[in-house]
Design a protein. Sequence first.
Length: 256
Amino acid sequence: MENEKRGCAEVALHAAQNLSAHNFLPQAPSATNSTSSNLSHNISQYLGSGQRPPTGQEISFDFCFNYFQSFRRKGNIEALAASENIEIGCLQLGFFLASWNMFRNSPLQRRSSKHYERLIKNVAQFDPTIWEIDVPDYRDAAKVSLLLDCGDKIAASLEHFTPLLKTKVMLAIFGNVPAFDSNFCLPEVGLRKNATFCAESLKKILEFYNAHKNEIDTCKIPTLDFLTGQPTNIQYSRARIIDIFGYVEGGGDIST
């Protein structure tokens, strides 16, 4: 009960002082709601107990997200395509996709890291608004259109057109949409597994967010740093929080 009364400042301070993953879980809802209670449970199941090991499969997201977000935070997104950076960007994204099983039965398994060069160059030229979008922005039709256009450009750049690839790349680079994989679902709002990446699906994700806004907004999970294995000051987006919930809800493997 005491945890439920903490203000945002106190939560942030406590997070910085304690590295246990469970200290970043959403505040418990005041009213009885099975989905609300499942939110905390699913995230707890995904993160595990205690400090997260930096060698776990799921942390591949953290390292990839940290890399690309570092350019946004410096206000120098165009530098992603610079000769001294582009190879690292290709390797970061390629390893993330491989670690997250995107090479299985995929043409990507027959491509080298050079295959991602065109995508990285296009990412550096995308409308910069794409870097700022998170789930609350799905109410803006122009931003939804931008997300869908971004997905199409990613697919064209990689010559592989699937909702799963589009959304996994967007999650890893921008953190602006959940990954639409074979496990992700939000039954409460009628979003089924293997959903189509479209405006209607994003509308359902927004509906889920609006119904559980307090729990999602108070869930502060920092990424882990590659060199130290310790939490950074970069936090998971709301889309990533919902991604975790929907993945576990759909029976995703959390053994790794």
